[in-house]
Design a protein around this ligand. Structure first.
Ligand SMILES: [Zn+2]
Length: 124
């Protein structure tokens, strides 16, 4: 489902989490054969969670998730509403509002401004 690496153009292959991490998490990983970019899948699936990410982007996506997820995980609002807010903030259609698909610029935007945006928003 991913054929070519966005970073280096090398072939991308799908391996099990067991092969990749040395431990079976029940999913797969799409990894580049030429650089360290990779992306995981949902459990029991080979569908990638988003686009390939190199080390820097993985770090940024993790930061963005760590900032965003508590809004719905801790029950401040539904997951649906949290993603609606995020798509408003990002000015993106909901179909493209997935942190796993965000590039570095979009991740930085979440990290830099989302908390402030949520503070300004009306209570849900
Ligand atoms: Zn690559």
């Amino acid at each position: 489902m991913i054929e070519e690496c966005d970073y280096c153009g090398s072939q991308v292959i799908c391996v099990s989490t067991k092969e990749f991490y040395g431990r079976d998490y029940g999913g797969h990983v799409w990894k580049c054969t030429g650089c360290d970019a990779y992306v995981g899948t949902h459990k029991g699936s080979k569908v990638p969670l988003g686009t390939l990410a190199n080390k820097e982007l993985r770090k940024l996506r993790n930061q963005a998730h760590a900032l965003f997820d508590p809004y719905w995980r801790k029950g401040h609002m539904s997951r649906h509403n949290a993603y609606r807010k995020l798509s408003e903030f990002m000015n993106l259609p909901k179909s493209e509002t997935h942190i796993g698909m965000f590039d570095e610029y979009k991740c930085r935007k979440v990290i830099d401004g989302f908390t402030e945006f949520m503070g300004k928003g009306e209570a849900q």
